[in-house]
Design a protein around this ligand. Structure first.
Ligand code: ZN
Ligand code: ZN
Ligand code: ZN
Ligand code: ZN
Length: 466
């Protein structure tokens, strides 16, 4: 499996800014402009001295406008168009993404989490979001693993060790009594613990932390190591650190995320907080890994040197990884597992050393082999080989050619071309005036609903796979 090693966060940032500058106002684009992507995009504001996160709050319901006849149809259509356009811009930028991710969520459980500026409290809101975040994260990163660290009373504690089982994390997150906020957080202790928890991981995987920081200060231990030396360690170990602050912009937080290639954002309200969190779900655009000299890697690099790579001008270096597909055990008697040392029913056998593991994906506790199931591997290809965007069809194109009258996906009849008025054809770019979207490969036409379903859920073109 090819993996790259050129870590160029600057390139990624540029591309994102391009997308954002073109983006239309809306709940999510407001979020990005205001926070994570930096202050650049907000430069058009009236007062240049203001911070991005102080930007005016835009109400999502103001964006939806009725047309002359009092209908919301056109407004809804333009919202859909916006989504399509955003996706088109995303898909057209050639990016390398890492599919194997290890993420530590560092949760600030200091007293400030009891603040009631989020209803009912910050604590409740964060826990609720985290539960859906974890599910969504594993859905999009089937080969990834998540661990959770909490910071309270100036200490940090591993709440959930790094693992690939969302159920385990969800059950810990629903136990509120164990998570009671108290004291002050220590950002330094949290980061040191995350770094330690990832020290054994191979450089082929993307190491990340996501810090949800509610406090406005950090109470770090007195000693030779300071938060700045920890930051230097994070940079050397290439641990991408993203921070979402609830209270305000904190200089050290911003510094940490900027220097490690992560994202920093200040949540303006609950929806914005969700936007910021969800932005960290898709796989990051470049992996952070040091090239090691392996014969195969050099061969791959030599092969790809002939290909064109316009992003950085440097040759992406390929890499091979060892993975194993485990044997699933029947739910018979209880046996001892290698990962927890507990008697459990079911589980999987490592194909290399034969030890029993509770869940996949995981790294075998005994031989260190990465054990994945094939559906997980297949799903992780969504982002590597996305379905190309379907082209919009103009009225003339449908008139000219002998096209089918029904959608190739759901068999719904397309609207009659002759009845389409000139005015309707002038809708925002991205929306087909004929209601048809054509796959460039298989030349099948799909309706708008099928188009969304194929690109967002199915991730494969039904026409091409026939
Ligand atoms: Zn186990
Ligand atoms: Zn093993
Ligand atoms: Zn359809
Ligand atoms: Zn197709």
């Amino acid at each position: 499996m090819p993996l790259d090693s050129n870590y160029t966060p600057a390139v990624e940032d540029e591309e994102e800014d391009d997308i954002l500058d073109d983006d239309l106002p809306g709940p999510s684009s407001r979020g990005k402009k205001g926070g994570i992507a930096g202050n650049k995009a907000n430069g058009k504001g009236k007062d240049p001295g203001r911070h991005a996160w102080e930007a005016e709050y835009k109400k999502s319901w103001d964006i939806v406008q009725e047309d002359e006849s009092g209908s919301l149809e056109s407004a809804v259509e333009s919202l859909l168009a916006r989504g399509r356009r955003k996706r088109a811009l995303m898909a057209d930028t050639p990016l390398r993404r890492s599919i194997i991710r290890h993420l530590f969520i560092i949760l600030d459980l200091s007293e400030s989490m009891n603040d009631k500026d989020y209803r009912p409290t910050r604590f409740e809101v964060i826990l609720g979001y985290l539960r859906s975040y974890v599910v969504e994260w594993f859905d999009q990163n089937p080969l990834g693993q998540i661990g959770i660290i909490m910071m309270r009373d100036r200490l940090s504690e591993v709440l959930v060790p790094m693992g690939g089982n969302p159920q385990e994390i969800l059950s810990v997150l629903s136990d509120k009594r164990k998570l009671e906020p108290s004291g002050e957080p220590s950002l330094q202790n949290g980061l040191v613990m995350a770094k330690g928890g990832m020290s054994h991981l191979p450089t082929t995987s993307s190491l990340e932390t996501l810090i949800i920081f509610s406090s406005i200060s950090t109470a770090d231990p007195d000693g030779p190591s300071t938060i700045h030396t920890v930051l230097q360690d994070l940079v050397t170990n290439e641990i991408r650190t993203s921070i979402i602050a609830l209270a305000g912009e904190i200089k050290i937080c911003k510094q940490i995320s900027e220097r490690t290639g992560g994202k920093f954002g200040v949540a303006l309200d609950q929806d914005h907080l969700k936007d910021l969190m969800w932005e960290t779900i898709p796989p990051p655009a470049t992996t952070i890994s040091n090239p090691t000299t392996i014969g195969v890697r050099n061969a791959l690099a030599a092969a790809s040197a002939t290909g064109k790579n316009g992003v950085t001008g440097k040759t992406p270096v390929g890499d091979l990884m060892v993975m194993g597909f485990p044997i699933q055990l029947p739910l018979g008697g209880e046996t001892l597992c290698a990962c927890h040392g507990l008697l459990k029913k079911g589980g999987y056998l490592c194909p290399r050393c034969g030890s029993k593991l509770c869940d996949v994906p995981t790294d075998c506790e005994v031989c260190g082999l990465m054990v994945v199931s094939s559906p997980h591997l297949a799903r992780s290809f969504w982002f590597l080989f996305p379905v190309a965007n379907y082209g919009v069809l103009a009225v003339e194109e449908v008139m000219d050619s002998s096209t089918s009258d029904t959608c190739a996906g759901c068999d719904v009849e397309f609207p009659d071309v002759t009845s389409i008025e000139e005015g309707v054809a002038q809708v925002e770019d991205g929306v087909s005036p004929t209601g048809r979207y054509r796959c460039a490969k298989c030349r099948n036409d799909f309706c708008a609903d099928c188009d969304l379903y194929i690109h967002d859920t199915l991730h494969t073109c039904p026409g091409c796979s026939q």
